[in-house]
Design a protein around this ligand. Structure first.
Ligand SMILES: *[C@@H]1O[C@H](CO)[C@@H](O)[C@H](O)[C@H]1NC(C)=O
Ligand SMILES: *[C@@H]1O[C@H](CO)[C@@H](O)[C@H](O)[C@H]1NC(C)=O
Ligand SMILES: *[C@@H]1O[C@H](CO)[C@@H](O)[C@H](O)[C@H]1NC(C)=O
Ligand SMILES: *[C@@H]1O[C@H](CO)[C@@H](O)[C@H](O)[C@H]1NC(C)=O
Ligand SMILES: *[C@@H]1O[C@H](CO)[C@@H](O)[C@H](O)[C@H]1NC(C)=O
Ligand SMILES: *[C@@H]1O[C@H](CO)[C@@H](O)[C@H](O)[C@H]1NC(C)=O
Ligand SMILES: *[C@@H]1O[C@H](CO)[C@@H](O)[C@H](O)[C@H]1NC(C)=O
Ligand SMILES: *[C@@H]1O[C@H](CO)[C@@H](O)[C@H](O)[C@H]1NC(C)=O
Ligand SMILES: *[C@@H]1O[C@H](CO)[C@@H](O)[C@H](O)[C@H]1NC(C)=O
Ligand SMILES: *[C@@H]1O[C@H](CO)[C@@H](O)[C@H](O)[C@H]1NC(C)=O
Ligand SMILES: *[C@@H]1O[C@H](CO)[C@@H](O)[C@H](O)[C@H]1NC(C)=O
Ligand SMILES: *[C@@H]1O[C@H](CO)[C@@H](O)[C@H](O)[C@H]1NC(C)=O
Length: 727
């Protein structure tokens, strides 16, 4: 585990440092370069044949992996003075000019693994800290003199299938470097090792050897002695033994004396039961605390399988081992191995992982009572495969705190609950990705506070089967469609609730759950949030809700503008509009409908203002343009029209006072009075003339209307002065 874990942790750190934290924030590490997003350039998978010219001068992170750049020339990086991290892996890189880094002296991390370099290049990089040159094609591990200048180097990976021997002079240039981690080899058979090669690297703590130790097992002893002298703590052995090998019975003896070694890991290795037994007998006597086995193939070549009862000369009551990890075991014979051992050797084991082994029935060992965590994920266990009748071992774990049964074949929830009740101290139970059915309401152990039932087909009824003691509950991907206050009200202790990847359409507005600190509802069918939902969730510290089909309309406006985004770990990257169609795909953070558009109060205020302004303008225009007169005229016209309509039908029967009403300008009155009227009345017509026939006291307009109505015809005297007066 050790070196592997160390490496993993390191790589993780490196990833954090480099490729980027998920958030927008720049990468921060007090010791390494701080790389904000905008100075990272990723040109991987671009079919490049050379480093493209014209890269931004402030580039600090450059990834050119998975291209076909075959050489790195002196001028390629000349302008990148700020470069801190450079990755050119999987390129078929053959040569690297000694002057390649002259213009970029600040490089701290250089990864040129998985290429075709035929010699280890000289590197003039004074602040280089991490160098990965593994999986290349050089003929020796001899480091040039330029490595003497790498006084910050603490991680080095070298490996070529063409090299089987290590000489003391190879690593001499790094004698004064603070090298802590070394990964060496590329699956070649180890042919020679000069004693002291590693010992000169006095700070070496974590070593990974990807080498085969079949033909010359004595080399392994010499290496162990060297690592013992540097006080190495982690050792990982990859492809240690191939399938066909006459394994020396002394191969593992050196492990016993490794005073400082804490973590030992085997990976991609073949173990016959005879060999594994020998190995275990040795490491039981060593101070190693963590034993890890990843991807090993097991073959049974002894009749009693793995059998360790007594170890002559070992007179301690227990070994130092605290954690045993088996992850991915291939069984060569397609049958489960015979295992028997003296359980007192393992009485200090607190962590046991046995996953990806194809196991369907748990062997009935007397397992150590100190066990705190048992991880049996990724097997084929059913209820009776783990808790079978004649084996009561699980009930003997007074200290068990965590039981991980992810990705097995458990079905009956009631059965599981009944069998964990004796585990009084159990705090964490992971039953995710099984085939759990809700069969009956068992009562959960009261100390059990953290449960995952995710990736089971459960549905909304699951809320009736839960314990009020749960503090953390993972119900992701369980087919839940609705969430109600009622369902949650039973879970009185709940702090963290994970409901990702369900089909919830909305969050209830009457939620009252001030204890809840973390809620995940990402990947559901939620289109909008109501602010009322959060009024009852005062204690909420993290709220993950990305990847929902958000409807970008005013209902979501307050969420975009007012919701405290520090609660959202996945904001803004995972939030996009789903509807309306013209906004689909737009990041929610970019949806800016504007306050006016969405705030009804502002809308009312603005409408009022517009109305008022219009009124004032109109009023002014009214006053200025004799509006009153026009209004009167309009009134008159309307009345005439109305009366006209009413009377039209009766026109024929109507009787008229006058034959005609005469309308004229008073300029023409002389002509009208002296000529027109006498002439017309002379022929017997009766006329209405306002000077003579208007009823005194009536409004002139009414008089006119009455006259017009009382007359069969209206006669206009159209003269110059009539038109002028009218216009
Ligand atoms: C050894 O492995 C354990 C368990 O994986 C890990 O926690 C620990 O950090 C490792 N020890 C060192 C020195 O890295
Ligand atoms: C270098 O790159 C390779 C390929 O991507 C990767 O597997 C390896 O972990 C990297 N090395 C370091 C030290 O990050
Ligand atoms: C395992 O045992 C088989 C049969 O005894 C043998 O041929 C093979 O070399 C052994 N391999 C290892 C790695 O022990
Ligand atoms: C193992 O040893 C036997 C005889 O001792 C020999 O015949 C066989 O070739 C050896 N196998 C290997 C892989 O060295
Ligand atoms: C490892 O080093 C210690 C001193 O640190 C020494 O006592 C022990 O014998 C060494 N073991 C081996 C196998 O050399
Ligand atoms: C597991 O180990 C075998 C060799 O024993 C190797 O061929 C295979 O690629 C390894 N698998 C993984 C996933 O590393
Ligand atoms: C246990 O072994 C040590 C040496 O490894 C020896 O000094 C001591 O006497 C032994 N004790 C018993 C009880 O055998
Ligand atoms: C188991 O190991 C302990 C300590 O090494 C020893 O005292 C005991 O006799 C062993 N038990 C058996 C059955 O061999
Ligand atoms: C349990 O043990 C008893 C006697 O020890 C035996 O008769 C019975 O068949 C066993 N049951 C199972 C399921 O192994
Ligand atoms: C149950 O939890 C309580 C409080 O955390 C603790 O004091 C108690 O020891 C636990 N019970 C067991 C059997 O571990
Ligand atoms: C909840 O379960 C899902 C699915 O198994 C998993 O991906 C997720 O990491 C879990 N969440 C937490 C917080 O453990
Ligand atoms: C947002 O939430 C964080 C964390 O809960 C809190 O520290 C901060 O004061 C809140 N900001 C606002 C504006 O409410």
């Amino acid at each position: 585990m050790c070196s592997f874990v160390c490496t993993l942790r390191f790589l993780y750190l490196l990833q954090l440092l480099v490729a980027g934290t998920p958030a927008e924030e720049p990468v921060r590490d007090p010791e390494m370069c701080v790389i904000p997003r905008d100075v990272q350039v990723d040109l991987s998978h671009q079919h490049l044949v050379q480093v493209p010219p014209g890269l931004p001068r402030d580039t600090q992170y450059l990834d050119l992996s998975y291209n076909t750049i075959s050489q790195l020339r002196g001028t390629d990086l000349a302008t990148l003075a700020e470069l801190c991290v450079l990755r050119i892996t999987h390129n078929g890189l053959r040569t690297l000019s000694p002057s390649a880094f002259q213009g970029s002296p600040k490089v701290q991390v250089l990864n040129i693994s998985f290429n075709a370099l035929t010699t280890i290049p000289d590197l003039a990089l004074p602040v280089l800290r991490v160098l990965d040159m593994s999986e290349n094609l050089y003929e020796s591990y001899s480091l040039g003199e330029s490595f003497e200048n790498l006084q910050s180097l603490y991680f080095l990976a070298l490996g070529s299938p063409n090299v089987g021997a290590v000489k003391a002079s190879d690593f001499a240039p790094l004698r004064t470097a603070p090298l802590k981690t070394l990964q060496l080899g590329s699956r070649a058979e180890m042919e020679g090792y000069e004693a002291g090669s590693f010992a000169q690297l006095s700070q070496l703590r974590e070593v990974t050897l990807k080498m085969i130790f079949c033909q010359k097992p004595e080399i392994f002893q010499v290496i162990l002695q060297d690592l013992n002298s540097t006080k190495a703590e982690c050792l990982t052995l990859i492809t240690f033994l191939p399938d066909l090998c006459n394994v020396s019975s002394h191969l593992f003896e050196g492990l016993r004396g490794m005073r400082h070694l804490r973590n030992l890991t085997f990976q991609d290795t073949w173990f016959n039961s005879s060999v594994l037994t020998k190995m275990l007998r040795n490491i039981i006597q060593s101070p190693i605390q963590v034993w890890s086995f990843f991807n090993i193939t097991f073959a049974q070549d002894t009749s009693d399988g793995i059998s360790i009862q007594r170890i002559p000369g070992f007179n301690k009551t227990a070994s130092s081992v605290k954690a045993i990890i088996f992850d991915t075991i291939h069984f060569h014979q397609y049958k489960f191995p015979l295992i028997s051992f003296n359980s007192s050797f393992f009485s200090q084991v607190v962590y046991l992982k046995f996953s990806s082994t194809g196991m369907s029935i748990m062997p009935c060992f007397k397992l150590p009572s100190a066990l705190q965590v048992v991880d049996l994920s990724d097997n084929l266990l059913r209820g009776r495969g783990l808790w079978w009748m004649n084996c009561s071992f699980v009930q003997k774990f007074p200290n068990l705190k965590g039981l991980y049964l992810r990705n097995n074949k458990f079905e009956d929830l009631q059965f599981v609950i009944n069998h964990i009740i004796p585990l009084k101290g159990l705090d964490v139970l992971d039953l995710s990705s099984n085939s759990i059915k809700l069969t009956g309401r068992g009562s959960w152990p009261s100390n059990l506070t953290s449960v995952s039932l995710s990736e089971n087909s459960l549905g909304d009824t699951i809320f009736d089967y839960l314990s009020p003691h749960f503090q953390s509950l993972n119900l992701s991907q369980t087919g839940i469609t609705t969430l109600t206050q009622n369902a949650l009200s039973q879970l009185t202790s709940l702090r963290r609730l994970f409901l990702s990847s369900n089909m919830i359409k909305c969050l209830p507005t009457d939620l009252f759950y001030p204890r809840l600190e973390e809620l995940h509802v990402d990947r559901n069918s939620i289109s909008s949030f109501n602010s009322k939902t959060f009024e009852g969730l005062q204690g909420l510290k993290r709220f993950k809700a990305g990847h929902n089909p958000f409807a970008c309309n005013c209902d979501l406006y307050w969420f975009v503008t007012s919701f405290n985004k520090t609660l959202l770990p996945d904001w803004p990257s995972d939030y996009t509009c789903f509807s309306p169609p013209d906004l689909a795909g737009i990041p929610l953070a970019k949806y800016q409908p504007g306050r006016v558009y969405c705030d009804p109060r502002i809308q009312v205020a603005i409408s009022l203002m517009i109305a008022l302004t219009a009124a004032v303008v109109l009023g002014f225009a009214f006053h200025a343009c004799d509006g009153a007169w026009y209004l009167q005229m309009l009134w008159v016209w309307l009345r005439v029209k109305r009366r006209g309509c009413k009377e039209a039908s009766r026109l024929r029967e109507a009787s008229f006072h006058y034959h005609a009403f005469i309308s004229y300008s008073h300029h023409d009155s002389l002509w009208v009075d002296t000529q027109l009227v006498p002439t017309l009345e002379g022929t017997g017509l009766s006329l209405c003339i306002h000077e003579r026939d208007f009823v005194p006291g009536y409004w002139v307009l009414d008089n006119i209307i009455n006259c017009v109505e009382g007359s069969y015809k209206t006669l206009f005297v159209l003269s110059q002065s009539f038109i002028q007066r009218s216009s």
